[in-house]
Design a protein around this ligand. Structure first.
Ligand code: ADP
Ligand code: ASP
Ligand code: MG
Length: 429
């Protein structure tokens, strides 16, 4: 008998028939003799609709109220799912994040889990019930205020619960058959990856492959939780996210020890670029600029500084950041203009980022050359470049991003010769 934590995303429970379909799947796992804990997301695009509703009331909703509003989505799906499971003759009890013991810091909208004390969940499974937990939410340690974990945060709830309960596996059910070599919505010839390392999955998630949210992968790696990404619409085996060293047994184990050069291509169109124009090229200026940005609570991604023009001693510094933080960063920078002494600011949210990820690239020459020539053959201009040991990212025009991803996917021989990748549901929103 195993303890399995299963997470069902919004597309899997988009309507009443989806809820009933998922309930059947949970009942099958339970009847097969497993203890089952389920984490569920809000139905379909409910979270986006609630955000739209708040924005129709006020342009800057108070973050505490926003969190209470958004957690309502997961309360709807958890209770409906518990009812659907009960209809199949299996006892099910739903719990809010607070009831499930998900304790967070007090950063509304992107709270971090600091502890999980799932005594009520443990009691429910000990008594033979299926426990259903609302994803994406927790409660602050000191004030008992309700928090949310950031978009896609139900994945993190699932892995955190799996770690706290010492579950055998955390299954993430979505609308695709697993992690693919690129987003199947834009690359139909993408291939399903059978096994991927935590490190590669971290880079994929950080680079925009939203099939797993970044924090969930960080958490899984830290606590060694094996994650199985699969579809709730099919019975296919999905993708195992683990350490390569954890691969089991004989020849098969030896095979997976050999890491592929490239795991996949990720894309992200949610970033914007700010250029600080006419910056005095003297020590301390870059530090000053990025202190101002950090002071506005914004995380930056890529940075490029031009060579300064000899005649003027001035340079330009560009950096990328989440477009949702664009206003905060621009406001803070504008206020610092006289002090820092730059000439002007430019804002561009029509950029896209492509990332090529693979643990094998650190020991294989020629990967960057192949990437850049694929992009140039497709007529795509590169605006910025950044690298890690196992990732190369480039910024392009947003409207060329999908073409860029397809060109690079083909150039690295990632296209599948089998059937097209299936996207079973979801709106891609
Ligand atoms: P859920 O509602 O189940 O949480 P998400 O929409 O958050 O689902 O994540 C699933 C989506 O992630 C897929 O529909 C797909 O479009 C997208 N995606 C992006 N990159 C990848 C990838 N490399 N492999 C699989 N899916 C990906
Ligand atoms: N419902 C939340 C969202 O849409 C959390 C999740 O689905 O993981 O972001
Ligand atoms: Mg998701």
């Amino acid at each position: 008998m195993a303890l399995i934590v299963q997470k069902y995303g919004g597309s899997s429970v988009a309507d009443a028939s989806g809820v009933k379909r998922v309930a059947k799947r949970i009942a099958e796992s339970k009847r097969a003799g497993n203890d089952v804990v389920v984490v569920v997301s809000a139905m379909g695009d409910t979270t986006d609709e609630l955000i739209d509703l708040a924005n129709a009331i006020t342009p800057v909703p108070p973050s505490r109220e926003m969190d209470i509003l958004l957690t309502a989505g997961e309360r709807i799906s958890m209770s409906l799912l518990a009812m659907a499971i009960a209809n199949l003759g299996i006892e099910a009890r739903s719990f809010t994040g607070q009831q499930a013991g998900v304790i967070t810091d007090d950063v509304h909208g992107k709270a971090r889990i600091i502890d999980v004390t799932p005594s009520r969940i443990q009691a429910a499974i000990d008594e033979g019930a299926v426990a259903i937990v609302a994803g994406f939410q927790g409660v602050t340690q000191h004030t008992n205020d309700v928090t949310t974990l950031g978009r896609g945060g139900s994945d993190t709830t699932a892995v955190a619960l799996a770690a706290a309960l010492k579950a055998d596996v955390c299954e993430i059910y979505s609308d695709v058959d697993g992690v693919f070599t690129a987003d199947p919505r834009i690359v139909p010839s993408a291939r399903k990856i059978d096994r991927i390392s935590y490190d590669e999955m971290l880079e994929m998630a950080a680079s925009g492959a939203k099939v797993l949210v970044l924090r969930c992968v960080e958490y899984a790696r830290r606590y060694g939780v094996p994650v199985h990404v699969r579809s709730s619409f099919s019975a296919h085996t999905g993708t195992m996210v683990t350490n390569y060293e954890d691969a089991e047994g004989g020849d098969e184990g030896a095979d997976v020890m050999e890491q592929p050069i490239i795991a996949g291509v990720a894309h992200d169109s949610s970033e914007a670029k700010i250029t600080v124009v006419g910056v005095p090229d003297v020590p301390g200026t870059a530090a000053h600029i990025f202190e101002v940005v950090a002071g506005s609570g914004v995380n930056i991604d890529m940075i490029v500084q031009n060579v300064s023009a000899a005649a003027t001693g001035l340079t330009d510094i560009s950096f990328t950041l989440p477009a949702t933080d664009g206003t905060a960063a621009m406001t803070a920078l504008a206020e610092s203009q006289a002090e820092v002494g730059f000439a002007s600011l430019q804002y561009d949210d029509t950029i896209g980022k492509l990332s090529l990820i693979g643990a094998g690239m650190k020991s294989h020459p020629g990967v960057s050359a192949r990437l850049f020539s694929a992009l140039s053959a497709a007529g795509i201009n590169i605006e910025m470049i950044s690298t890690s040991e196992i990732r190369i990212s480039v910024v392009t025009r947003a409207d060329q991003l999908a073409d860029a991803v397809r060109a690079v996917h083909t150039a690295f021989d990632l296209d599948s010769s089998e059937d097209e990748a299936v996207v079973y549901g979801g709106t891609g929103r």
